[in-house]
Design a protein around this ligand. Structure first.
Ligand code: BGC
Ligand code: BGC
Length: 740
């Protein structure tokens, strides 16, 4: 449709119809066949109001969604189709690693490809919008949703956020490409959670956020902004408060920052029931006032609270809200529907045949396997890995993840969860004659659990399982211990104060160590865990996060050296939960360690180091790389100029490997305190033994900008340090001066 036709349509719609477009209902309000069931208690809607709504949440399936859509389009006075939305976070049916693991690939290319596959499968399943990417910067491993983010760094999150938008939507606005949501396989993305949701105080879920505007702008906004500039079609508000104002009613945040400063002109949706939650936050008297706050702030769609449907029309009739605001919101929604081509084809790409063809197809599985392998982070390896394929090396795989299909992470709803490859299934492709023993359950009966993670051992079975595991370890040359958090211990509502492995698994580890010191521990988790003891006991440790459908194959590939480990930490690993939040790009204090101040009067703790167990960017390979000193092409850079930094990287080990060369900058002195280091580039190089390669980075003034003492976004002349190395701890450095 032309814009003019959309305007004509808007002009013909009644106020009730317009409000309907601004309402999203949950799919469980409808019966199976897609028929409208009429009033429901939870949302207090009449059948007539239900038939006018504009969006549906939480259902997939070409057939199911087709039936629902058909019914809606038929009954709607202007035959306006529904927007069908769901959380397709790390894949629709072919499940990729969780986003935090995607962050560890440091690969925009792989992330884009995974999003493209997710979009193809999700649109085949009838969807129009996915509630992804989540671009909340995360620094607190206690928060259950760190798994949904790509990590702690603004630059990395921005690069990967843009990659996800390109993968989902098939185009880049920043590169001047036209929006092409109609195209088969493209889905509209939704940036969330705007804004600052990744910083809940104490890591407590739904907790409020306290942050300075400067840090908020400099660290937290860039990834949302980058994805908006890439052309992401939608944005979702966040549950948290910011400066004591819930985002969903924060006019400054939505109208000034998001729309004006960031130039976002797409559809803004509230998070789940977040409009009504402003009542419990204590800034709205009732649902009517909450609806008013949300519309004034610029929220276009009310996700499942009943505020808009009940009060928006009345607010307009009473003259409390200008109808113009409703018209603007509805126009944005109609435009998105039109961009998706829904007026011509309300089902978009939904097709049962396509589902069959694409879901977990060979090509998608291959990609999932490759990406999973690239996301694993090898933390330690004392000549344990790769494992030998020869029968002479006897290997026992022990632990509750040795043969476990629950490796998708939360927010994954594959049709058949059993389609995931276990470690056992993967390893058996590599070599025969190995032992596989469970050892213990993921969680003991008395351990922390949500919705059904607990299992029961049965009479006497617990001791027996442990004894069997110890016996298997005794008879092996090497033990691969497959341990991890339960899938339900993370995700939304999954905050924890104890971020260690379940204690029963630690007992297993300690018992195994008594009979066999050659331990390789493979850790499944959806957050950085406190792994100090695990890394002390084990000779090798590899993090595999929640690796998805092809997890077991990818793990076997890396363990046996068919794929080389190359993942890098996208979040710092704490030594102790007491250090959290811990992140590399912090500010220098006046009394850093080693500053010469009397012992006991320096920055940090008296009972623990301030350093993480492993820093951001860290990860080993099966080989070693040697770096030349950082070289700059000049020692002075003009504000309008650029500067080139380069290093030579050489593979000095016996195996091939892929190195992620990382560029960090430090602004030595600013009008406000600057971070000790900030990531400003990364580049992957694959090198054969003995081979070397040159890696260059161009440094531009835009990389040096920050919010100065006057809150202006500028660079300040002065001394800068350029670090290039393997991780954020690198000291390989050169200096330059920025001149006016
Ligand atoms: C979550 C969002 C999600 C929405 C819809 C909310 O609880 O915070 O991330 O997109 O539900 O499922
Ligand atoms: C402390 C102050 C104290 C001063 C003089 C500083 O180290 O922070 O509280 O008054 O020494 O003793």
């Amino acid at each position: 449709m032309e814009l003019k036709e959309l305007q004509r349509l808007l002009g013909e719609m009644s106020l009730e119809e317009k409000v309907g477009q601004m309402v999203q209902i949950p799919a469980n309000m409808l019966t199976e066949g897609g028929l409208i069931t009429g009033p429901t208690d939870s949302i207090e809607m009449t059948q007539e109001k239900v038939s006018l709504v504009g969006a549906l949440l939480g259902k997939t399936g070409a057939k199911e969604l087709r039936d629902i859509q058909e019914e809606f389009v038929k009954n709607h006075p202007h035959h306006i189709p529904l927007l069908l939305m769901y959380d397709i976070i790390n894949g629709m049916d072919t499940i990729f690693p969780i986003p935090l693991a995607m962050g560890c690939t440091f690969s925009p290319e792989l992330v884009e490809k995974s999003a493209e596959v997710a979009a193809k499968e999700a649109t085949a399943a009838g969807l129009h919008v996915t509630f992804s990417p989540m671009l909340d910067l995360v620094r607190d491993a206690r928060w259950g949703r760190v798994m949904e983010s790509t990590g702690e760094d603004p630059w990395l999150n921005s690069e990967l956020g843009k990659a996800m938008v390109r993968g989902y939507q098939g185009s880049s606005k920043a590169a001047g490409e036209p929006l092409d949501l109609k195209k088969e396989g493209n889905i509209a993305g939704c940036i969330k959670h705007f804004a600052g949701y990744g910083l809940p105080e104490g890591g407590r879920e739904y907790e409020n956020v306290e942050i300075s505007e400067r840090t908020f702008r400099e660290d937290y906004l860039p990834a949302y902004k980058a994805a908006a500039e890439e052309g992401c079609a939608m944005v979702m508000t966040s549950f948290n408060t910011l400066d004591r104002i819930p985002s969903t009613g924060n006019k400054w945040l939505m109208r000034e920052v998001l729309r004006k400063e960031m130039g976002f002109d797409g559809v803004l949706i509230s998070d789940y029931s977040a409009i009504d939650e402003m009542i419990t936050h204590g800034i709205a008297q009732d649902s009517r006032e909450a609806a008013k706050l949300a519309i004034m702030a610029g929220v276009d769609i009310d996700m499942v609270s009943n505020a808009y449907v009940k009060y928006l029309a009345d607010l307009v009739c009473q003259g409390e809200v200008e109808e113009r605001l409703i018209d603007e919101a509805v126009m944005r929604i109609l435009k998105l529907k039109n961009d998706l081509g829904l007026f011509e084809n309300p089902y978009k790409d939904g097709s049962e045949e396509k589902e069959k063809e694409l879901f977990c197809c060979k090509e998608h599985r291959q990609l999932a396997r490759k990406i999973a392998a690239a996301s694993f982070v090898l933390l330690k390896n004392e000549q344990m890995l790769p494992l030998k394929k020869e029968a002479t090396e006897k290997v026992a795989f022990i632990g509750p993840y040795a043969e476990n299909v629950e490796i998708h992470g939360s927010w994954s709803f594959p049709k058949n969860p059993e389609s995931a490859i276990t470690i056992k299934a993967g390893a058996e492709q590599k070599k025969t004659g190995m032992t596989f023993v469970q050892g213990c359950l993921v969680l003991d009966e008395d351990q922390c659990d949500r919705y059904g993670g607990k299992q029961s051992y049965g009479e006497g079975a617990k001791d027996l399982m442990l004894a069997e595991a110890v016996m298997a370890a005794k008879n092996a040359d090497k033990v691969v211990l497959c341990l991890g958090e339960h899938r339900n211990q993370s995700g939304e509502g999954g905050s924890r104060v104890n971020i260690r492995l379940p204690e029963n698994q630690m007992i297993l580890l300690r018992e195994i160590q008594k009979v066999n010191a050659n331990i390789v521990t493979v850790v499944f988790s959806a957050r950085p865990l406190e792994l100090k003891e695990v890394t002390e006991i084990s000779k090798a440790v590899m993090l595999v996060w929640m690796p998805g459908t092809e997890g077991g194959n990818a793990i076997a590939d890396v363990l046996f050296g068919d794929s080389m480990p190359q993942g890098r930490l996208s979040m710092s690993m704490p030594r102790s939960v007491g250090q959290v939040p811990i992140y590399y790009n912090r500010f220098s204090t006046g009394r850093p360690n080693g500053s010469g101040t009397a012992v006991g009067f320096i920055h940090g703790y008296i009972d623990e180091s301030t350093k993480p167990l492993y820093p951001f960017g860290y990860g080993l390979s099966y080989t070693e790389f040697e770096y030349s000193k950082v070289e700059l092409d000049k020692t002075e850079m003009c504000v309008n100029g650029t500067l080139t930094a380069k290093v030579n990287v050489k593979n000095i080990g016996a195996l091939p490997g892929t190195e992620t060369v990382q560029l960090y900058l430090q602004d030595v002195k600013g009008s406000v305190v600057r971070p000790v280091k900030m990531l400003r580039g990364f580049e992957k190089v694959t090198l054969q033994p003995g081979e070397s390669g040159e890696v260059r980075f161009e440094i531009k003034e835009s990389m040096l900008k920050f919010y100065d003492i006057n809150m202006d976004y500028v660079s300040e002349p002065g001394l800068f340090r350029v670090f290039i190395g393997q991780d954020s701890d690198t000291e390989n450095m050169a200096e330059f001066w920025l001149k006016k």
